[in-house]
Every structure is written in structure tokens, then in C-alpha cells.
Design a protein around this ligand. Structure first.
Ligand SMILES: Cc1ncc(COP(=O)(O)O)c(C=O)c1O
Length: 369
């Protein structure tokens, strides 16, 4: 089956290995197993537990312990509403594989992770891309959205908090989006891989699955828990839809690694500690970034409210691809061009990692500009 090139992933494959300063990463500095065990405590007993485990398939849809831990991040979900996947990337793919058929109409709110428009397109759906605008603080204009979501829309794809803009849809606005979907009887797939990283107030914004019976939430260990290497994610959804999803899942997952399941459960049970660590890092990185934006006349930014990325506008007479290519070749600073997210003249900057590098790289970028 033909599918468009995944532009962000291609860019990473090509440029990440040679980056001296990597400002493209979307994770908060990853944890080692040692650091995780230090944070959660009880190191010896965990080591004994891990080493004595038989490496069988484990629980097919994920252990009860893990699914129960995931439920603590939702208001109204129980273990039967959760299935464990190969990262959020596997979760999103499975949802679309289950729901989208040739001729369906899908509305995808962009900029977003490319899965949300290229996969349904590859399945033969008609995909309408609904572009967020900087002048609206990267939040959807609901009147316009309502017009684009017609009666025949099967699925609306959202990413909240948003990568790349860092915008967080206010809870009352999410309710209105659900009302729009309800009128069309459409599903909403909300990629909530950054949910748990709101910069102020409750770190968890509202989840679509808690307020809509056709709302589907996907999440993972990669961003909020700094454990991308576990390659573990989940889908939270109403049980009827879950049954259909699991029928597809039997063909491509069986189960995830039992060690991944174990570490994920441990991390989520200690989510307050890990999220506090990560929000502190994000606050430091965000301050460095926003101070730089204030001092650099050629850029502007809507300050991110959640997640780990910012979408910076630049004023220079070259495309974002050209800019990022030349910047990296000439200085070693890696930034992700907006064109890979379908929006030229913007750059995605990740600010949750290595603050010395971030500071240095932004100064180098200013001189280069
Ligand atoms: C919005 C979004 N969804 C999904 C993913 C994939 O996440 P995972 O590493 O859990 O597969 C990413 C990774 O960058 C992402 O930014």
C-alpha cells in the first residue's frame, strides 16, 4: 500500500546522527533504568523481580497492574477500556486501521504528527486538513471547524497538547469540539502523548475519552515519562470500539515486552515524581527559549502551554528546509523545519533537554541569522 513519506522521521534519519546541538528532540531528557529505580525506590526488590521473570508473552493486552496504573490518569476509565500498544505510534496506527475505510471522510487538525493525515489517506479516505493559525494562539477556530466537519465525517484527528505548537485546548473548548463531532456522529482520535505535561495548574488536561463515548485517547511512555526506549503506549476507548481494535491488534502485536510492561507500570505508579522532574526541566528550558525569543528580533513565538516543543516563526528570506539544512551544515545546530509539518516559515524547537546545549545553540543560531 502506498503512503506518503513521513517527513519528520525522514529528517531525523538524515540529520540526527550528525547533530552537534540537537534542538529537534521532543522528549524530556530520557531516564536510564538506574535513574528510574532511584526515583521510585526499592531498587533491590525490583532487580530481583525483573531477573526472575520468565520471558513469556505476558498478559496479551497488557498486565492488569499496568492497565490499572494507566486508569489513574483518566477520570472514568477502567482496565477493560485500555489496550497496550507499541508506542503511541502503534496506538494511532491501530485506531486508524480499525476505523478508516476507503471513501471515508477524515478531518485532521494540523500541524500535527503526520500519522494523522497520511495514514487515513493511504487507506483511501478523503482527508481534509484543518490548519491551526498562530493568530488564534494555535487553537482551532470552532466556527470554521464546524463548517469543515460535515455530516459525512467519520473521524476527527486531534493532538492535544499539540506537537509542534505546545498549545493546549482548554477543557471547555474540547467539550465544544465533542459537540461538533456528535452532530456528525464522528469519532475523535485525540493523540494525547503529551498529556500530563501542562505547564501550569493540573498537568493533565481533559481527555477526550472521559467526555465522549466515541472519543479515543492514545498515550505513551515516551514524552511524559521520559521512557521512549520502552516503546510502550496505549489506547483508552469505549469497550465496543476496543473489541474491534483488539481484533486488528491480534494480527500485529500479540503483546508488548513484559519488561517494558513492568517498567511502565512502575513509572506510572510514581507519576507524580516523574512529572515533577519533567515539568521542572521544561520550565528551565522554556525560560531559556523565551528569553532568547525576546532578545532575537528575527523570531516570534506563541508561548507553549504544554508539552515539550515550540513553533517559532522566523523572518528570513529562505524556506525552513533550506534554513535548517544550512544551519546544521554550517554550525551543527539541528532544528526541525516547519515544512516537514506542512508549515513553512516556522521551526520546531524542543526545549526539554540539555540546557547548556540549548543556550549555546540558540546563541549560535542568532549569530548565524
Ligand atoms: C504527537 C505524537 N504522537 C505520537 C508520537 C509517537 O510516540 P511514541 O514514541 O510513543 O511512539 C510522537 C513522537 O514524537 C508524537 O509527537
Amino acid at each position: 500500500m502506498k503512503i506518503d513519506k513521513f517527513k519528520v522521521e525522514k529528517w531525523f534519519n538524515k540529520y540526527e546522527k550528525d547533530a552537534v546541538y540537537d534542538l529537534a528532540d521532543t522528549c524530556v531528557e530520557s531516564l536510564s533504568i538506574d535513574e528510574l529505580l532511584e526515583l521510585v525506590g526499592g531498587r533491590e526488590s525490583h532487580i530481583n523481580e525483573i531477573f526472575s521473570r520468565k520471558l513469556n508473552y505476558g498478559a496479551i493486552h497488557g498486565s492488569e497492574r499496568l492497565k490499572n496504573a494507566i486508569c489513574t490518569m483518566y477520570k472514568n476509565q477502567s482496565a477493560e477500556n485500555i489496550t497496550i500498544t507499541h508506542g503511541a505510534i502503534g496506538a494511532n496506527h491501530l485506531v486508524m486501521l480499525t476505523l478508516v475505510e476507503p471513501g471515508d471522510k477524515v478531518v485532521s487538525i494540523v500541524p500535527t504528527y503526520q500519522q494523522h493525515y497520511s495514514i487515513p489517506k493511504s487507506f483511501g479516505a478523503g482527508v481534509k486538513m484543518f490548519f491551526l493559525e498562530e493568530k488564534n494562539n494555535w487553537l482551532p477556530d470552532l466556527e470554521k471547524l464546524e463548517k469543515i466537519v460535515g455530516q459525512d465525517t467519520k473521524l476527527i484527528c486531534i493532538n492535544n497538547p499539540n506537537n509542534p505548537t505546545g498549545a493546549v485546548i482548554p477543557d471547555e473548548m474540547l467539550v465544544k469540539i465533542v459537540e461538533i463531532a456528535k452532530k456528525a456522529n464522528a469519532y475523535i482520535l485525540c493523540d494525547e502523548v503529551y498529556r500530563g505535561l501542562n505547564h501550569s495548574g493540573n498537568p493533565f488536561c481533559e481527555s477526550v475519552v472521559d467526555i465522549y463515548d466515541k472519543g479515543i485517547s492514545t498515550g505513551s511512555m515516551s514524552k511524559v515519562f521520559s521512557l521512549a526506549g520502552l516503546r510502550l503506549g496505549w489506547i483508552a476507548v469505549d469497550q465496543n470500539i476496543m473489541e474491534q481494535i483488539n481484533s486488528q491488534r491480534e494480527y500485529n502485536t500479540i503483546s508488548v515486552g513484559i519488561l517494558d510492561d513492568y517498567f511502565a507500570a512502575l513509572a506510572i505508579e510514581n507519576k507524580d515524581k516523574i512529572i515533577a522532574r519533567n515539568l521542572a526541566k521544561i520550565a528551565t528550558g522554556k525560560k531559556i527559549l523565551t528569553d532568547w525569543v525576546k532578545s532575537e528580533p528575527k523570531v516570534r513565538l506563541v508561548t507553549p502551554q504544554g508539552g515539550t516543543t515550540a513553533f517559532v516563526y522566523y523572518d528570513a528570506p529562505l524556506s525552513s528546509v533550506e534554513l535548517c539544512k544550512r544551519l546544521q551544515e554550517e554550525t551543527g545546530v539541528m532544528i526541525l523545519p516547519g515544512e516537514t509539518l506542512e508549515m513553512d516559515k516556522y521551526l520546531r524547537i524542543g526545549y526539554g533537554n540539555n540546557f547548556e546545549q540549548l543556550k549555546k545553540a540558540l546563541n549560535i543560531f542568532s549569530e548565524w541569522l
